[in-house]
Design a protein around this ligand. Structure first.
Ligand SMILES: Cc1ncc(COP(=O)(O)O)c(C=O)c1O
Length: 383
């Protein structure tokens, strides 16, 4: 009997875009560690594109097919890291092209784009997402070919209107790429809102278990630019290992459960501490007072994500003391795993960081919300 095609995304995720092994009936994909693939008697490749594993490997196919389904994309690629995925896009630009990005975004990637731009002769312009005309001005200031946005943006969770950004980018002849690591396809589908490319640090929610470093891209169409991105992956060898691809695919199958649970708990924590006098602010797009709430409510569905930040009254010292005093939240970097993490971002980003010194970034896992609230309550300084 043929499989129904009009099923919900969580059903697609649970089935992993994999129909079973035709040889033995195994219901999950195998791990294929081969680096090279033999030709048939007519000297033809036995499977198109499968020649040498720096180009492609059968183990990449299930996570790529699943991500393409979940994002509503024409194609998807997995990479050795989120930054490798983003680099493959940046390296597809020509010298003199302008790339525009927000001031607040994942700092490691902003730095990487900046370094690359200065060596390859790209014109890199940052805009202030809080300024309604900021993006339009930055696009108009050069030969803009790529607009790179992240929403909600790490670690203040600023929200950028994807549909509006796509209109501005397209009017200037540029592509819009969205780092959707935090939103995931569970909460936002940027391609439906007009984006051309979606990028994920698959290290985070897509994998979800803090045991794989990976990246992914999904595209609205397979065109020359996408082919260049694909050849950048193959040329630079930014591929994911076979075991990591397999683990990523396994993690993706529970994406909906994990992201929904983390989002519900993040909202409960944000609401619980919203008016707490020990905090100067709670930054979470699910709160009505968050400046990006109205846009988030429009472009996100089913939740506002598992990430929030707390600004601790009194500055860096009480913020650091809170991070150290938590017993359930682990004091570690990264996000999107099943365990909750807490991090003092200014310490991690160093003296040039624009992030306020009182800010603690929380990645909410799948623990019971009451336990996480109690942990923070105990750890925050006495009023
Ligand atoms: C939002 C965001 N984008 C991109 C990256 C980079 O991903 P990776 O560490 O997988 O290279 C990160 C990593 O923290 C991130 O948080």
């Amino acid at each position: 009997m043929s499989k129904p095609t009009d099923v919900k995304p969580e059903t697609l995720a649970a089935h992993g875009a994999y129909e079973g092994d035709p040889d033995c009936g195994a219901i999950i994909p195998p791990i294929q560690p081969a680096t090279t693939f033999a030709r048939d008697a007519d000297y033809r490749l036995m499977r198109e594109g499968m020649s040498y594993a720096r180009d492609a490997n059968p183990t990449f196919l299930p996570p790529e097919a699943l991500l393409a389904q979940l994002e509503g994309a024409a194609a998807a690629l997995v990479f050795s890291a989120g930054n490798a995925a983003a680099s493959a896009v940046i390296q597809a630009l020509e010298p003199g092209d302008r790339v525009v990005a927000p001031k607040v975004m994942y700092w490691g990637l902003r730095g990487r784009i900046g370094d690359f731009a200065s060596r390859w002769g790209l014109d890199f312009a940052l805009f202030d997402a809080a300024d309604p005309d900021g993006l339009g001005r930055a696009i108009a200031g050069g030969r803009t070919r790529l607009v790179w946005i992240e929403t909600p943006a790490n670690p203040t969770w600023d929200v950028i209107d994807i549909a509006a950004a796509a209109e501005l980018a397209h009017a200037a002849g540029a592509r819009l790429a969205v780092d959707s690591t935090v939103a995931t396809p569970v909460l936002t589908r940027p391609l439906e809102l007009g984006a051309d490319l979606v990028m994920h640090s698959a290290t985070k929610y897509l994998n979800g278990h803090s045991d794989v470093v990976a990246g992914a891209l999904a595209t609205a169409r397979v065109d020359d630019f996408w082919q260049l991105v694909e050849s950048n992956r193959a040329g630079a060898g930014g591929i994911l290992g076979s075991f990591e691809s397999w683990l990523l695919h396994r993690g993706m199958r529970t994406l909906y459960l994990r992201v929904r649970r983390a989002s519900e708990t993040a909202l409960a924590i944000a609401r619980h501490f919203e008016a707490d006098p020990r905090l100067a602010a709670v930054l979470y797009p699910g709160l009505a007072r968050h400046p990006g709430h109205a846009i988030a409510a429009r472009q996100m569905s089913g939740g506002f994500g598992g990430m929030l930040s707390l600004r601790v009254a009194g500055g860096a010292a009480p913020a650091l003391a809170t991070a150290k005093a938590c017993r359930l939240f682990k004091p570690a970097t990264s996000l999107g795993g099943v365990e909750s993490l807490i991090e003092h971002r200014a310490t991690i980003e160093g003296p040039s960081s624009p992030i306020p010194e009182d800010l603690l970034r929380l990645s909410i896992g799948i623990e019971h919300p009451d336990d996480l609230i109690a942990d923070l309550d105990r750890a925050l300084p006495k009023p």
